[in-house]
Design a protein around this ligand. Sequence first.
Ligand code: G3P
Length: 233
Amino acid sequence: MRFIYFICGSKTQNNMKFFIDTANLAQIKEANDLGILDGVTTNPSLMAKEGIKGDAAVMQHYKDICELVDGDVSAEVIATDFNGMVKEGEILAALHKNIVVKIPMIKDGIKAIKYFSNKGIRTNCTLVFSAGQAILAAKAGASYISPFVGRLDDIGFDGMELIAQISHIFTVQGYETEILAASIRNPIHIIKSAEAGADIITSPLASILALLNHPLTDKGLEQFLADHKKLNA
Ligand code: G3P
């Protein structure tokens, strides 16, 4: 649900959620233990990175992730035709109530998103690189769209401009589809996504942890502890 209010011309909405973009159980647990994790996104590359192969192992891994985190877990279909995506998506959705079926931004993908939307199965439209793609996925009833910020930056476009543009369009048009800023590569991407109106960021653990760091925090804490020690030695 997209809650939006206009106050003096500016927009406020639900707090931006934090998802972790990995299939690594230890990293998911570490982020979850911080108390700030709202969900997980995976993709076939991230599953391969963990050496998860074979349908049974993949399904078990999704279940393991769902047991670790109380939040949405995106699980991606491999098929690229409508019937194949529907078949895989229904199997994935049946694994756990928190599974969101991840569907690629292709013609049959839009048809599949519409199909799942009609059935009340939630979807995350992945590989979104333009506002037009975002509008189409929202129109089809995607629960989430995933614009890939870092991969746009990689080819000389400003990924964050796309997040801001989609945020503006969805606000003007009243689309309830949530903007899940993906392909996050650094802490600045997270901060800029919050500024640009993303509903969610999905990030590697390192970029989330990097938000903690500031040299003046370290220096200040060191001084506080040294002063305390002087008086209490
Ligand atoms: O969620 C999509 C993400 O995994 C892609 O990230 O860094 O491979 O562009 P990256």
